[in-house]
Every structure is written in structure tokens, then in C-alpha cells.
Design a protein around this ligand. Structure first.
Ligand SMILES: NCc1[nH]cc(CCC(=O)O)c1CC(=O)O
Length: 314
């Protein structure tokens, strides 16, 4: 079966948010498809879609509420045919997609670690007692509170530039940003240190870009199969099934990371009380092809070990 390829007359429409990082990811997807299918730039069109999460910047995400604040409008455009594929940061993606859509194509994963960003301090251990740290990620806030109960946490939202401005203005002395985003934007220098997963386990799917499509679109399915990164797929299957079984999202204090060593997959997971007063961790090792079952199994173990009331987000 051969499919008609996109062309300057009939370009493939790539839907994305308008943030600098989202645009970089959409362009990277275009570059991958151009190389894999030997097509010119003009065979693709990048379509920017406004999403709720980008329009409300003065509230913590958990107050705006609802899942898919960064994805709903994009998925609606995909279902309606206004775009042909949608590019996402997998870390922000709900574990389940709407009826009719599939999200199983991933580009090679970037650095999974969190970066420590501070004008004055070299690392977490250098922060003085009671220092003010900015983060709006429930996971990072809980992990920090567990490690350093003395720190004062303040909400910090917005893109890299607005967060750096807040540090300059003295709203906080340090913050955390995914190394993946900083690397992609050529801003790795703002991170004073990359934090080892042993010290701060990253969010599920951190550093991975996913490309969503309509389930019935066999042509796009074939095109995406030409750029899919298998190892990233195996790792995300384990991590996202862990998150799914915990009924978690990017707005729950859950961390998870799978690493591959040949055929062996090593999955680590962590669930925390939102206030950081307690953390439960566990791990699994097994065949890479069993990642989804390992993710579910690890989630069940941690659920079984969690005391009553641990999951206050439920
Ligand atoms: N929730 C926001 C978000 N979604 C993806 C990234 C970074 C890039 C990635 O992890 O792929 C970020 C910013 C951050 O956490 O610093």
C-alpha cells in the first residue's frame, strides 16, 4: 500500500500550542518527517492553536481545574480535521486520549532530568535555611518539601523567560525547569546543575515529544511509523501505565522513570503526599516488552503500601 505524500499544494497540517517550546517541538517534528520522507519544508504547515492553559497565567493550574488544559482545543481541531497531527510534550498529556485519537508516535527522548535554576546558588544543597523557591509543579513541590522542609515554596508559572524575570525580581531565589525544555530552547546555561533522578525523580514522560493522530487515518499512521523512536516508546509504555493505574496526571505528585539497558527495562516510581510529609517509592526490572504490565504492577504495589488518605487528590 502506498499513500500520497503531502506536497506544497496539499501540506500536512501540524497543530501546536504557540509557546516557544511547543513551536520548537512542532518544527522538530517537521524536520523529522522531511528527512524520513524526503520532503521539502513547504510540504508541511504549522498551525498554532490557542489553548486555555496558555490564556490564564495568574492562577495555579490546579485551581483552573480539569484535565487537558493544554490539549483540549488541539484535540478538537485534530478530530475536526483542521489539522492532521498534533505535537505535544508527553509530560503534559493525559494518560487516555479522546475517542478517535491515538498517541503512540514519539521522537527520541531528550534529557529527562530537572534543572536547578538560580542566579545566586549552585544547587539544592547550597540553599540557605528558609530560602524561597518557586515552582507550580505539585510533584516538584512535594519532593522539595520532603527533602527540605525548611524551604518556603511559592507558585511560579509561565514560560522560561517569565520565570527568569521572577528570579531577577527576587520573587524567589531558585526554581526548577526540565533540562529537556532548556536544551531545546538553547537555554541550558540557565541551569546551574542537572539533578540526578536519584535525588529528584522526574515526571512521567519528561523530555519526550509525542505526535497524536486520528485513529482512522492510515496514511498519517504510516508516515508517523517512519519517525517513531522505539526505545522511547518502550520507556513511556511503562511510565504511562504506572501513571494510568494511579489515576494520575501532570497535576498529581507522582514521579516515574524507566531506563533501558538492552532488553531490560528498569522502572522507578514515586508517589508523594502533596505536602511532602511522606513518599512511597518502588521499582521493577523486567523485559522491555513487558513495560506496560510492570508499570501497572508497580502502581498496585505503591497503592497497596499507601496509608488511608494518602491520595488526597482523589
Ligand atoms: N509542564 C510544563 C512543561 N511541559 C514540558 C516541559 C519541558 C519539556 C519536557 O519535559 O519535555 C515543561 C516545562 C518544565 O517542566 O520545565
Amino acid at each position: 500500500m502506498t499513500y500520497p505524500l503531502p506536497s506544497p499544494d496539499q501540506p500536512l497540517k501540524i497543530g501546536t500550542r504557540g509557546s516557544p517550546l511547543a513551536l520548537w517541538q512542532a518544527h522538530e517534528t517537521r524536520r523529522s518527517l522531511m528527512a524520513a520522507l524526503n520532503l521539502p519544508n513547504e510540504a508541511f504547515e504549522i498551525v498554532i492553536i490557542k489553548v486555555t492553559g496558555d490564556q490564564i497565567l495568574d492562577k495555579p493550574l490546579k485551581e483552573i481545574g480539569g484535565k487537558g488544559l493544554f490539549t483540549r482545543e488541539i484535540e478538537e481541531a485534530l478530530l475536526a480535521g483542521g489539522i492532521d497531527i498534533a505535537v505535544h510534550s508527553m509530560k503534559d498529556m493525559p494518560t487516555l486520549q479522546p475517542e478517535g485519537l491515538v498517541l503512540d508516535c514519539y521522537l527520541p527522548r531528550e534529557d529527562v532530568r530537572d534543572g536547578f535554576v538560580s542566579p545566586q546558588h549552585g544547587g539544592l544543597a547550597d540553599l540557605p535555611q528558609g530560602a524561597v523557591v518557586g515552582s507550580s509543579s505539585l510533584r516538584r513541590r512535594a519532593q522539595l518539601a520532603l527533602k527540605r522542609p525548611d524551604l518556603k515554596l511559592v507558585e511560579f508559572r509561565g514560560n522560561v523567560q517569565t520565570r527568569m524575570k521572577k528570579l531577577d525580581d527576587g520573587v524567589a531565589v531558585a526554581t526548577f525547569l526540565a533540562m529537556a525544555g532548556l536544551n531545546r530552547l538553547g537555554m541550558a546555561h540557565v541551569a546551574r546543575a542537572a539533578i540526578a533522578p536519584e535525588e529528584m525523580l522526574p515526571a512521567v514522560a519528561q523530555g519526550a515529544i509525542g505526535i497524536e493522530r486520528r485513529i482512522a487515518d492510515a496514511r498519517v499512521e504510516w508516515m508517523l511509523s517512519q519517525i517513531h523512536d522505539g526505545p522511547t516508546g518502550l520507556r513511556l509504555a511503562a511510565e504511562r501505565n504506572f501513571l494510568l493505574r494511579l489515576d494520575g496526571s501532570c497535576e498529581t505528585p507522582i514521579a516515574g522513570l524507566a531506563l533501558l539497558d538492552g532488553e531490560t527495562l528498569w522502572l522507578r516510581g514515586e508517589i508523594l503526599r502533596p505536602d511532602g510529609s511522606e513518599s512511597i517509592t518502588g521499582e521493577r526490572r523486567g523485559l522491555a516488552s513487558d513495560g506496560a504490565a510492570m508499570g501497572r504492577d508497580l502502581a498496585e504495589e505503591l497503592l497497596g503500601r499507601a496509608p488511608e488518605g494518602f491520595f488526597s487528590w482523589h
